[in-house]
Design a protein around this ligand. Structure first.
Ligand code: PMP
Length: 305
């Protein structure tokens, strides 16, 4: 990805894509303390707009706070940086990646004395789990890897280091012929996907793990809460077991990258009708109406670039 035209915002300036480099002795590269966001801009009916920009920036600052990193930029500056990057790269719809990391002034576990850096990049990125996945649903494997316990790495931070767990789970699932992994928490209850929150639907009620299962407080997850309320569907946050998924009517993942992706199988057990269910389809349609600017109720979630 490094060799392409375009601009990346780096510590307050737009620099050429190929020049957006860091030193090999960067602290975060060695010890994994950093935080990032995944944000999307859509080509809405009113032009390109970033979906829930403020909430993503707020979560980035919360992640940095949890990791005891003082960002040298304000939330307003970060919001402007994200808009600037989309504009500078002439993107109509795209994925936006803000990242904060610890510099290369010194190594050793203690990061004290190092500078905190910040960058924002953006590029075109289609359906994360495939267009076909959005339509037909994906096949998921319960991971042999446990999701982080809430007191090991901090699960409410979108921390760089948390993703080694996601990568292991995802690689295992792909190597075993599945599309994505589902991770259980350290007590064996359903937590989340490698990069997605998970929901199940049973008898017309939507269930999702509460955050004590170590799941990230997903912004798409929250969007689904709003959509369900509008549709008059109850959402319950509770402990969920993997066999509750086997016998659910429907199941789906949510995430900025994954959007609303139906799950049609878990561990080779067919879920419901074995393809996108009717409630998932309704939620998906409502989601795409909102992000594409077709629902005026949520116009305030879209920031024009
Ligand atoms: N859990 C994990 C581990 C993730 O990486 C993501 C993607 N950010 C999510 C959940 C979903 O969060 P969001 O809807 O805010 O993208």
């Amino acid at each position: 990805m490094a060799d392409r035209d375009g601009k990346i915002w780096m510590d307050g300036e737009l620099v050429d894509w190929r020049d957006a480099k860091i030193h090999v002795l960067t602290h975060t590269l060695h010890y994994g303390c950093g935080a990032f966001e995944g944000v999307r801009a859509y080509n809405t009916v009113n032009g390109t707009a970033i979906f829930r920009l403020q909430e993503h920036t707020d979560r980035l600052f919360n992640s940095a706070k949890i990791l005891r990193m003082n960002l040298p930029f304000s939330k307003e500056q970060l919001n402007e940086a994200q808009k600037a990057v989309v504009k500078a790269n002439k993107l109509e719809s795209c994925y936006i990646r803000p990242l904060v990391w610890i510099g290369s002034q010194k190594l050793g576990v203690s990061p004290k004395g190092n500078q905190i850096h910040c960058m924002v990049a953006a590029w075109a990125w289609g359906a994360y789990l495939g267009e076909e996945g959005l339509q037909r649903g994906i096949r998921v494997k319960t991971s042999s890897y446990t999701r982080h316990h809430v007191n090991i790495t901090m699960t409410q931070a979108k921390a760089v280091s948390n993703y080694s767990n996601s990568i292991l789970a995802n690689m295992e699932a792909l190597d075993d012929g599945y599309d994505e992994a589902l991770l259980l928490d350290s007590s064996g209850f359903v937590s989340e996907g490698a990069g997605e929150n998970v929901f199940v639907i049973k008898d017309g009620v939507i269930y999702t793990p509460d955050l004590s299962a170590g799941a990230l407080n997903g912004i798409t997850r929250n969007t689904v809460f709003h959509i369900a309320k509008d549709l008059g569907i109850e959402v319950v946050q509770k402990r969920i077991t993997r066999d509750e998924i086997y016998i659910a009517d429907e199941c789906f993942f949510t995430g900025t990258a994954a959007e609303v992706t139906p799950i049609r199988e878990l561990d080779r057990v067919q879920i419901g009708i074995g393809r996108r269910g009717p409630v998932t389809e309704k939620l998906q349609n409502a989601f795409f109406d909102i992000v594409n600017g077709r629902n005026p109720k949520y116009a305030h979630w879209l920031t024009r670039v």
